[in-house]
Design a protein around this ligand. Structure first.
Ligand code: PRE
Length: 358
């Protein structure tokens, strides 16, 4: 074969490549339109029956030299790419998505800005047990210059026989302490009917891991003008987590803080497995602030400091950790809360570490 002949063949291949490119993209545009139509009809994007039908038609017309199996493989890749395009478009359309709003959402709670590039901290006991207990922790937290205080009034516990929380009484204690110490209080609400009452007592509504897909609760939290801290579900994928946040935002409340708190895996060394890579993924995919709960993810006091450092180093907007005046007698989660001395050491070590600006 002369060089001239080779060049001619290659020229023809170049032309065909461009034709294929144009056809593939024309096809992709149609697939995008199909995706939009499916979205409005609420139909699943992936359709194996349709794919099988197309492959059969294509193979019927295949005169080689490619084998049917090769053709099937190539077209399956094209279908897969089309499906990914439809999913990309779907993500772009979400209100929480960064594609929809490129700028970071900044949430302000009693003068504290979350999501503006600073690092924020939420400390407090697992459960509200008494005024004295919450006030003792609040004084220690405030003394270190932190303003965000957590405490559980409604406790969704694994066993129905475990302490279920003080309920409204607990919210009242939080409000009193919040007012007295000029701190913002964060507490979990578990029933949609309690949301309206809760807004009078707390500054941030927490939706816990077990309720991440309690859609009525998400909608109720979306209908009020109060920041919401949404925790990732025990076995939720990042996509499910993002969609849960979308439920809140779709009702009009855009003040959402996402909180990675570990997911359930086969690993037993920690209470849950902290999915640290979820932090940058959530920051890339959404415009919402992302915090990490180092207490519930690890369930281990000795891991609070290294995981907090990791969370901040990877770009989290804040860290949440539990502090109790006397964890040994705490009514819930006593193995993982810090006492006041440990809290002191925790903050000191954080302050002296790289990546931490507090
Ligand atoms: C398409 C994409 C994904 C589906 O699994 C099946 C087919 C394709 O690429 O042809 C398009 C499409 O969504 C559809 O026809 O329903």
């Amino acid at each position: 074969m002369t060089n001239n002949k080779l060049d001619q063949l290659r020229d023809r291949v170049d032309e065909l490549n461009l034709q294929l490119l144009s056809l593939i993209n024309e096809r992709a545009q149609l697939v995008q339109e199909i995706g939009k139509a499916k979205e409005t009809q609420g139909v699943h994007r992936y359709d194996p029956v349709r794919e099988r039908h197309m492959l059969d038609l294509i193979k019927e017309e295949n005169n080689g030299p490619f084998e049917n199996s090769t053709i099937e493989h190539i077209f399956k890749q094209i279908f897969k790419a089309g499906l990914e395009l439809q999913e990309d478009d779907h993500r772009k359309a979400l209100l929480v998505s960064r594609k929809k709003k490129p700028d970071n959402t900044i949430i302000e709670v009693k003068g504290v800005k979350i999501g503006d590039g600073s690092q924020q901290f939420v400390f407090g006991p697992c459960s509200v047990e008494s005024y004295e207990q919450v006030a003792t922790v609040a004084a220690a937290v405030k003394e270190k210059g932190f303003k965000l205080l957590r405490g559980g009034a409604y406790k969704p516990r694994t066993s129905p026989y475990d302490f279920q929380g003080l309920g409204l009484e607990g919210l009242k204690i939080l409000k009193r302490v919040g007012d007295e110490y000029d701190m913002a209080v964060i507490s979990e609400i578990v029933h949609p009917n309690d949301i309206e009452t809760a807004v009078d007592y707390i500054d941030v509504i927490q939706i816990g891991a077990r309720n991440m897909q309690n859609f009525e609760l998400l909608k109720a939290a979306g209908a009020v003008n109060k920041p919401v801290l949404l925790k990732r579900g025990l076995s939720a994928t990042i996509e499910e987590f993002i969609n849960a946040a979308e439920y809140i935002m779709a009702q009009g409340n855009g003040q959402i803080i996402l909180c990675e708190r570990g997911i359930r895996t086969y690993e037993k060394a920690t209470r849950n497995t902290l999915d640290i890579s979820a932090v940058p993924i959530l920051k890339q995919e959404t415009h919402l602030p992302v915090m990490v709960d180092v207490t519930h993810s690890t369930g281990r006091r000795d891991l609070l400091l290294p995981t907090a450092k990791a969370a901040l180093a990877i770009g989290a907007d804040g860290v949440m950790a539990e502090v109790h005046p006397d964890p040994a007698v705490a009514l819930s989660d006593n193995a993982q809360q810090m006492d006041l001395k440990q809290f002191d050491e925790f903050v000191q070590s954080l302050r002296s570490s790289a990546f931490v600006q507090i």
